[in-house]
Design a protein around this ligand. Structure first.
Ligand SMILES: [Zn+2]
Ligand SMILES: [Zn+2]
Length: 332
């Protein structure tokens, strides 16, 4: 099968990222073998390919937004049949025994493993995944639109939860890529007022089309104080303006796995009046199930830009340069 592997970290045009033909993997105990129909391209893949995230598995195949079809089921893999349409997401395993797992915070498990980082992911024709961490998918979406739901959508949803937006609250969204455009729609479906702050004129246009009340530049003050904000852009210098835009008691959630340094904060200007700054770390399986149920109930608009699998390097370069509308997806 065709598979892309990170031989060594590199930047665009990614000489260390190579596509080769190799044998189809075999599912181990508890795993499914899945034929990849679509794999989404997430910013985290870029961090893996460029080396911002230190490699966990040498020569790993990235990709953790896999929509595919079950073709083989190993012993101990329960709940699926051949031919089932399934989704493989970022969280691939947790210990189930640590204090975090026991209290329902498996996203914080120190022994957690991730698709496309600790184990081979979906930038290939086939992928294996533990059945216990594989998801059923909502109906009513084409495969290309399901893929971005599996990380962009789930993480955006967790970030929205972490931002603790009150009912009918005012939400600020900084950066408006794949994750943000989905989180915005969930917030709007729940009656929020959404203000989008982003440097991309095309993204601002999309935000307004999807129902945002305003769309301004990345560091512009929003037209009204915010009850909650989510920082999707991996840009630490946006933390101070986003905190300054919060109303009393507001919360800023940083959605990314990687953020450039945050400049010095002023206590009065950025934090006093019980404003909070929070991170978001991966997601639990419960987050995934909740979000996929919301996606089944509200038909979300999912903007995608498809690339053939053999142009994964090009898709990453376009994502790095902010040239992608919505979510890039790879189609084998
Ligand atoms: Zn654990
Ligand atoms: Zn992701």
């Amino acid at each position: 099968m065709l598979a892309w592997r990170v031989r060594r970290p590199s930047t665009a045009p990614y000489p260390g990222f190579e596509a080769r033909d190799e044998p189809t993997p075999r599912p181990e105990r508890g795993e499914l073998l899945i034929r990849v129909r679509v794999c989404g391209v997430c910013r985290t893949d870029l961090h893996v390919v460029e080396g911002d995230l230190p490699p966990h598995r040498p020569g790993v195949i990235p990709g953790h937004e896999v929509v595919g079809e079950v073709v083989d089921i190993a012993e101990g893999a329960n709940g699926f049949a051949p031919g089932d349409l399934v989704g493989v997401a970022w969280l691939r395993g947790t210990c189930g025994r640590c204090r975090y797992c026991r209290r329902g915070a498996e996203n914080l498990c120190p022994l957690s493993t991730y698709t496309g980082w600790d184990a081979d992911g979906g930038y290939a024709r086939f992928v294996t995944a533990p059945a216990a961490y594989t998801h059923r998918l909502p109906s009513g979406y084409p495969d290309t639109e399901l893929a971005p739901l599996l990380c962009a959508g789930i993480i955006g949803y967790r970030a929205l939860k972490r931002a603790e937006l009150p009912d009918s609250g005012r939400l600020g969204i900084y950066g408006f890529g794949a994750s943000a455009h989905l989180a915005a729609q969930v917030a709007l479906a729940r009656g929020a007022t959404v203000h989008v702050l982003t440097r991309s004129a095309r993204a601002r246009e999309l935000a307004l089309k999807l129902g945002a009340s305003s769309a301004g530049g990345a560091t512009d003050p929003p037209p009204e104080p915010l009850d909650a904000a989510i920082l999707f852009a991996p840009v630490g210098t946006l933390v101070p303006p986003a905190l300054a835009a919060l109303d009393r008691g507001g919360t800023l959630a940083v959605a990314g796995i990687h953020l450039t340094d945050i400049p010095v904060l002023g206590y009065q200007r950025h934090l006093f009046q019980e404003r909070q700054l929070r991170s978001v770390t991966a997601n639990t399986r419960a987050d995934a199930r909740e979000f996929l149920a919301i996606a089944a109930e509200h038909r979300l608009t999912v903007v995608t830009t498809p690339y053939p699998l053999d142009r994964a390097d090009r898709a990453l370069a376009d994502l790095a340069a902010d040239r992608v509308d919505g979510a890039a997806v790879l189609v084998p």
